[in-house]
Design a protein around this ligand. Sequence first.
Ligand SMILES: Nc1ncnc2c1ncn2[C@@H]1O[C@H](COP(=O)(O)OP(=O)(O)O)[C@@H](O)[C@H]1O
Ligand SMILES: [Mg+2]
Length: 279
Amino acid sequence: MIAGIVLDADRVVVQYPGRPPVIAVDGVSMQVAAGQTVALVGESGSGKSSLARAVIGIERIAGGEVRFDGAPVPALGLRRRTQALTAIQMVFQDPSTSLNPRRRVGEQVADGIRVAKARGHAATRPEEWLERVGLPAEASRRFPHQFSGGQKQRIAIARALAARPRLLVADEPISALDASTQSSVAQLMRDLVAELGAGMLFISHDLSVVRRIADRIHVMYAGRVLESGPTELVWTDPQHPYTRALLAAIPEPDGAGAIPAAPSPEARAAWADAEPVER
Ligand SMILES: Nc1ncnc2c1ncn2[C@@H]1O[C@H](COP(=O)(O)OP(=O)(O)O)[C@@H](O)[C@H]1O
Ligand SMILES: [Mg+2]
């Protein structure tokens, strides 16, 4: 293991029952170092969430291994997982479902603080974390419904980071937010995880945001990583035909990038056949 690597996914396979079985993740390897933001991009159905669930220990893997801080991550189910693996925290797409509507914001951030204390971190106050994510300290006394979607996601981020994770796994954390707040929330996440020395696995289909925040990028297609490398290198000099198609579909260099829908079957077959590129 290289020093500083917090997440090491080694040829991970995730499979769902069916006839034939669905191979959602087909031998994916990736690493995330402390302080580093690694992006996972790819169209809907490419296996991003399945990989994320395997990484956080709530999806059984059919092959390969996920190591966190050098030790294998067992698949425990969500409840037992949250107790056993508190150094991995998650932020999901919809903050309305991840926050409890009946509890005050400060109490929910305090849950994160308790988790950090149990691992030996000094006590902190919920207000500090709320201010860190750009909310006023008095947000602590209010309830989630009093906030906008973007503000709720900031609260979820405050709670996750208050737990002092070594790794933050964020599955489409900005997709449900207003376009006007997506970039600032993503930037905030990146800045805070770097400041706290955590690693982040950031899943998104917004390539322009990923370009701004990720140190490395992994392009996933049909369960496999087709191209990976330093973000700027992949962006300016893509090697795999799928990555090239993705980038070519972005209207302007800085325009909002989206994965193109429904290319030809021939193009798809060519993408799947071309050798993966790793830099
Ligand atoms: N619980 C499940 N049972 C069966 N198939 C699933 C399940 N979850 C995901 N899949 C299938 O696995 C593939 C990858 O899905 P997913 O990991 O959600 O991709 P993404 O997050 O990139 O959209 C898709 O074909 C999807 O239909
Ligand atoms: Mg998904």
